[in-house]
Structure formats: structure tokens, C-alpha cells
Design a protein. Structure first.
Length: 285
């Protein structure tokens, strides 16, 4: 049976080398970004968020080297920038950790943490979370997963931050390249108790749950056929490759992307080299 305390993709984590430079880059692509957040000394990281509905994108950077962020630093050293992990929404992180442990995955956590948040009126508040992780070695196609329980949604989903010049509304797909798409998709399916679905071009989708975005596992060649004319330079043979976003206005997305935008397959695409190692695909709807 599907996990009761894990309901679909919550956010995608894009690991970047220079946090402020990455934020400026995504602003140029038409996204509204939150003020920079700083995590605890133990975590040693900072972030900017791009709030959508019901999900979001997190630009994550290492500010100080700590034991906690060693896996993130290893990712940057080996792969470079790009989609490093995916968070699911947890209804109850403690119960969710128990659920996956009962299925044979030794859960890490739950762990509580928070970061300061400057609200639109200038007051200081906090975003508070409780997370748990699947074992780090359980990473389908190299993509780590964890689950996040939001204890203060009002300090994360701020209406003023959810309006984007490119019309971005929500995540539709997380694209994961793999040398063995069916095997890696089946791995994720077991971890989250979801059935996989073969697609017509040989890619394999894994629904994340509820009405949230799907994972799509595919080879680099299959990805290139989906979006002809878009350079995939910088993408690995195996790992998080890109994000498909629904936009309310495809023309606005194309205008916001400017010279970085490429029309392909009925979508507006931004190549990984122009979006910190992440293929961005804007589709109508």
C-alpha cells in the first residue's frame, strides 16, 4: 500500500556553487525568489526558494563546510551544479519514518530545523520543518530523496513570492537521466510504494502521489529526442536532469528566458548550461 504519511513531491533541490550568483541567474529567467535564508551552523547551508503551488524549487548552497553537508559537497565536486535531491511532503515525519523503517529502509531522523524568514512587511519570522530521509545509499539514478513536514506553511508559501514573470505555476515532472531507466524507476517505486508506468518513447514514469509531479526516468538520448535543438551539455549520464514546469503563459516564459530560451517540442526550454545544471522545460497549463 502507498505510504500514508508521504504525499507527493514537495520541492526540488538544485545544488549550486555560488548561491547569490545562482539567485541572480534564476531572477533573469523570470522567477521571483525569496530573500536568502541561512540554515543552522550544523547544516552550514543557505538557500533561496522559488515558490509555486503546491510545490517549489530550492536553490541550495554550502556556506560553511560541515559534516552534515558533506554529501552535498561531494555532489558538487563530482557532478557540478544541478538537481541533487527531491523532497516529498510529509504529513507526519515521525510516522513517515516509522513507515519506511517497517518497509526495510533505516530512516534518518526525524530531525527538526528552522531558518529565519523576513516577511513582506519587514518583520522577522521563522520557517520550521521536520524532515526524515531514506538511507543516503538508496538513491535511484543518484537522486537522493527525503520527506519534509512543514510546521509553518504561512512563512514559506507567501503570496507575494508566488507570482513569476515567466508564469510558472507548478512542477509537472522531475526528469532523471539514467543508463537503466526501468531499473532505476523500479528502485524508486519500491522506496515510495508506487507503481511505475512505461511511456511510449521508452521512458518510465513514477507518480509521486496525489496530484503532485511525476518522476520520469529516461536516457540522455531519449531526453534529446524529446527536446530537439536544446543543448544537454553538462548533464551527467545518470542523475537529476531537469524540471518540467506548468506556466500560465508560454509567451511570457519565452520572453522572460530571452536568449536562453529555445522553442522545442511545444515547450520553451532553457538549457542546463543557462540554469545552473538544470534543464528547464516550460509547458502550457
Amino acid at each position: 500500500m502507498p505510504l500514508k504519511n508521504v504525499i507527493g513531491i514537495d520541492h526540488a533541490v538544485v545544488m549550486v556553487g555560488d548561491l547569490d550568483a545562482a539567485a541572480a541567474n534564476w531572477k533573469r529567467l523570470g522567477f521571483t525568489l525569496s530573500p536568502r535564508g541561512t540554515h543552522s551552523a550544523k547544516m552550514g547551508s543557505g538557500n533561496y526558494t522559488i515558490m509555486l503551488d503546491p510545490d517549489y524549487i530550492e536553490l541550495l548552497g554550502v556556506l560553511t563546510e560541515t559534516e552534515h553537508n558533506a554529501p552535498a559537497r561531494a555532489f558538487l565536486a563530482k557532478r557540478g551544479e544541478g538537481v541533487e535531491r527531491i523532497a516529498f511532503t510529509a504529513v507526519d515525519s515521525a510516522a513517515g519514518a516509522e513507515e519506511i523503517t517497517a518497509r526495510g529502509y533505516a530512516a534518518l531522523g526525524p530531525t527538526d530545523f528552522e531558518r529565519p524568514v523576513t516577511m513582506p512587511d519587514g518583520t522577522l519570522s521563522a520557517a520550521k520543518f521536520r524532515i526524515f530521509q531514506w538511507p543516503i545509499e538508496e538513491a535511484p539514478a543518484g537522486v537522493r530523496i527525503f520527506a519534509c513536514q512543514h510546521k509553518t506553511r504561512e512563512t514559506v508559501w507567501i503570496p507575494e513570492l508566488m507570482k513569476h514573470a515567466n508564469g510558472a505555476k507548478r512542477l509537472k515532472q522531475v526528469l532523471v537521466v539514467s543508463t537503466e531507466p526501468a531499473k532505476d524507476a523500479a528502485h524508486l517505486g519500491r522506496m515510495i510504494d508506487r507503481d511505475v508506468k512505461a511511456e511510449t518513447d521508452g521512458a518510465v514514469a513514477v507518480p509521486s502521489g496525489s496530484d503532485r509531479a511525476d518522476f520520469v526516468f529516461l536516457s540522455r538520448e531519449q531526453l534529446a529526442r524529446r527536446y530537439p535543438g536544446v543543448s544537454l551539455e553538462g548533464l551527467p549520464e545518470r542523475g537529476g536532469a531537469g524540471l518540467v514546469l506548468a506556466t500560465s503563459d508560454l509567451a511570457a516564459a519565452e520572453k522572460a528566458a530571452g536568449s536562453a530560451g529555445v522553442r522545442s517540442g511545444g515547450a520553451v526550454c532553457v538549457a542546463p548550461a543557462a540554469a545552473n545544471g538544470t534543464l528547464l522545460v516550460f509547458v502550457g497549463g
